[in-house]
Unconditional design. Structure first.
Length: 759
């Protein structure tokens, strides 16, 4: 059936591996496509080749993508190659859109009608909260968001309520996870509804339990193609494997080195075991990169080579020249922002467009210092994949509290926070406060104080409102003596806002808490609350025109699939990147994913890539010493250019790490679980805090010997010492110039010996 002459135009401009991927139509194929290697061109050409060669009708091809944008792009590009025939590709779309279409046909088999409703996240949370309250459970201790996260995780793994083991059952409400999961599913069926997780899970159940339907679709789909296969979760993997087992004409496209979404349920193991799932599978490696310079590719390859769980490939390019990757050590976070701002202004003077510049951070809280710096120097920027720092919901909530403290007449701030977090003050209460305020021509906060002395409100609402107004009176008194940073930390704790986010126990809430921590750090630079609020107003008002050139600021995760001429990667320090939270939760597997994230970040750069790491970061008013990320030490020296005012730099860091073949072989700490996440070069320096300003910290020596500093001779185990912040204590352990001290407060702290004196 295949006429080579029909396929020839499709192969124009493709390199040999891409052509091989297009023409290998029969049997299982893994297209292992590195960053910037033209995998979309190969995939669309393969689709067009199958149709134009009459190997299958468009309606007999299942092509699955992860996003609607990717599906639209695929349809448009295939349409340019095969014309109107693309309209027949009814099975080209996202996992969820295709599963929804299938489920409409077989809804009755899972207890639904074909006109079922797909509920959104808000409806899901509302329904779960109703179930929690109906069962007499405290929804503050066991919030609906936590249960929704558990259910989403179970559905991503293809688990029905009956499939949960004892461990999973214990993950919510002390052993009631299965019970609530079952209640939730029963309630959805009663409503003739499902959530997004159900779309794939229900269809997986149908295919597993109805052999005739499975065989029907196995015969229908002559060819199956899957984009971004490394991002599939368990239920997607199981669904695809069932459909492909008969014909085995499945082509998956992906890159195990770019699997960075485990927190969304993605499992890198799916692509790693493709050959095992489909014996005899052909692996075609796309390694020719069309994006980056040779040095950038070599640096990224050197980094990812440290991972053990990978199929292996080496990116290369026919491009010549270009700058080496730069690794720059700076003193602290503010200097990092200044250095990046200066470099961007230099690039702009040299003719570079701001639209070609990106700053990629590991966590959203890192954006604040760059935003403040860019506002100061008048550099236009935009935040992608999120709000600007002061526009984020949790930050705006905190600012509303602060505005109401500074100005009790701020009615907009009062409306925003009077029931945030939830206090049981509903719309009817607010309506009565509004009515009283209009009648007396006074601000809402004043009206609230007056109305609690009347019988207008129920007793419970009066008591709650009175407590809130007393809190504000106390916070206003505190604002007269406390620093702005101390004030915001106090009100967030006492208002219950911090506890609200902690109770959610999700990655999203952890990020929101980090943003609030960064807000308090920002406030440390201001002497009064009024000064800080004025600064925020200026920042919020400074919004460049939409058509102006702007620097892009975004997270590494959000940058996947994008590319820029100039990329800055700040915060490459242990604990920031790799993220300490991720390592604590996932150990070695998370370390490898963090390294893959670094690989993705570096390969976003076309011409220049700059990594920065700071020796000090300020956290809750305390300066925290930092050491360069282990990833800096893994970059191949021949392809990076180092610059630092700190001692040693990346070369010494690299030398120290290279002495250890096992990155987790190091001295056991008191907590074995945390010990798993620290490499030998950590030396506990990142956990050291001290009450000091940068000028009090002696600049480290620049010699190699000083990097592994010698212990002081006047302090040994058993010595009684004094620390400015922690007081008196006794040295319990000593490792080089790092001490573990049992303080009289009952706490054991790790500190650097230069910050204590013999008592």
């Amino acid at each position: 059936m295949t006429d080579p002459s029909l396929a020839d135009p499709l192969l124009d401009g493709l390199n040999p591996p891409q052509r091989d991927a297009v023409l290998t139509t029969e049997g299982p194929v893994l297209m292992l496509a590195g960053a910037g290697t033209g995998k979309t061109a190969a995939l669309t050409a393969r689709l067009a080749h199958i149709v134009r060669s009459r190997l299958a009708w468009p309606s007999e091809i299942l092509c699955v993508t992860f996003t609607n944008r990717a599906a639209r792009e695929m349809r448009e590009r295939v349409g340019q190659l095969i014309g109107p025939s693309v309209e027949g590709m009814q099975w080209l779309g996202t996992f969820h859109s295709i599963a929804a279409k299938l489920l409409r046909r077989h809804a009755e088999l899972v207890g639904l009608q074909s006109n079922y409703t797909i509920i959104d996240t808000d409806d899901q949370l509302r329904l779960l909260k109703q179930l929690i309250q109906a069962e007499g459970l405290d929804d503050k201790r066991w919030p609906a968001k936590q249960l929704a996260g558990c259910i989403d995780r179970w559905k991503n793994r293809g688990l029905n309520p009956a499939d949960l083991d004892a461990g999973e059952n214990e993950s919510y409400a002390n052993g009631k996870g299965q019970h609530f999961y079952r209640l939730y599913q029963d309630r959805l069926k009663a409503l003739n509804a499902c959530d997004f997780g159900d779309l794939l899970l229900h269809m997986l159940n149908v295919l597993r339990t109805h052999r005739d339907i499975l065989e029907q679709y196995q015969q229908r789909f002559k060819y199956i193609m899957v984009d971004e296969y490394q991002d599939t979760n368990q239920v997607q993997y199981l669904w695809l494997r069932l459909l492909a087992q008969e014909r085995k004409n499945i082509c998956v496209v992906g890159d195990d080195d770019q699997s960075i979404y485990s927190w969304r349920g993605a499992e890198v193991a799916n692509i790693l075991k493709f050959e095992k799932d489909f014996p005899g599978a052909k692996i075609i490696k796309l390694e020719q990169n069309y994006r980056s310079t040779p040095d950038i590719l070599a640096a990224a390859s050197g980094l990812i080579d440290a991972n053990s769980q990978r199929l292996g490939k080496t990116l290369w390019t026919e491009r010549n020249g270009g700058d080496k990757l730069r690794a720059i050590g700076v003193w602290d976070g503010p200097e990092e922002a200044r250095r990046v701002g200066d470099d961007i202004e230099r690039l702009e003077r040299e003719g570079a467009s701001l639209n070609t510049v990106a700053i990629l951070v590991r966590a959203q809280f890192q954006t604040r210092e760059f935003e403040d710096r860019f506002i100061t120097i008048g550099l236009n920027y935009k935040i992608i994949g999120g709000f600007r720092f002061y526009e984020r919901a949790e930050v705006r909530d905190a600012l509303a509290y602060l505005r109401l403290i500074a100005q009790p007449a701020d009615d907009l701030a009062f409306e925003r926070i009077y029931n945030t977090p939830k206090r049981g003050l509903g719309d009817k209460t607010l309506e009565k406060i509004h009515r009283h305020a209009r009648a007396r021509s006074i601000p809402l906060s004043h009206a609230a104080v007056e109305i609690v002395d009347t019988d207008e409100l129920p007793a419970r609402a009066r008591a709650t409102l009175l407590a809130l107004m007393r809190d504000f009176a106390r916070w206003r008194d505190l604002a007269k003596t406390a620093s702005p940073a101390e004030l915001v930390r106090t009100l967030l704790d006492e208002s219950g806002y911090t506890a609200m986010l902690q109770a959610e126990r999700s990655a999203e809430s952890a990020g929101r808490l980090e943003n609030l921590s960064e807000l308090s750090r920002a406030m440390e630079e201001y002497e009064s609350l009024g000064d800080f609020l004025e600064h925020v107003s200026l920042v919020m008002d400074n919004d460049a025109a939409d058509d102006a050139e702007k620097v892009t600021i975004m997270t590494m995760h959000a940058a996947k699939g994008l590319e820029f001429d100039n990329v800055f990667l700040p915060g490459w320090e242990e604990g920031v990147f790799p993220s300490q939270r991720a390592l604590d939760e996932g150990g070695l597997a998370s370390l490898e994913e963090e390294r893959r994230l670094g690989y993705v970040a570096i390969t976003r750069a076309r011409r220049r890539c700059t990594i920065l790491h700071a020796a000090n970061r300020r956290i809750y008013g305390q300066w925290t010493s930092s050491i360069p990320s282990r990833f800096v030490g893994e970059l191949p020296a021949a392809h990076i250019e180092e610059e630092t005012t700190m001692s040693g730099g990346a070369s010494l860091w690299r030398a120290q790490w290279s002495e250890h073949s096992d990155p987790f072989a190091h001295v056991a700490s008191a907590n074995p679980a945390r010990n798993l996440t620290r490499g030998p070069g950590w030396q506990r320096a990142a956990a050291t805090t001290y009450d000091a300003t940068p000028k009090r910290i002696a600049e480290p020596s620049r010699s190699a010997a000083s990097f592994a500093a010698k212990p002081r001779t006047d302090i040994t185990v058993g010595t009684r010492v004094f620390h400015d912040k922690f007081g008196y204590g006794t040295v319990a352990a000593q490792e080089g110039n790092k001490l573990e001290i049992d303080f009289e407060t009952g706490d054991r702290k790790r500190v650097i010996d230069s910050f204590v004196k013999a008592a």
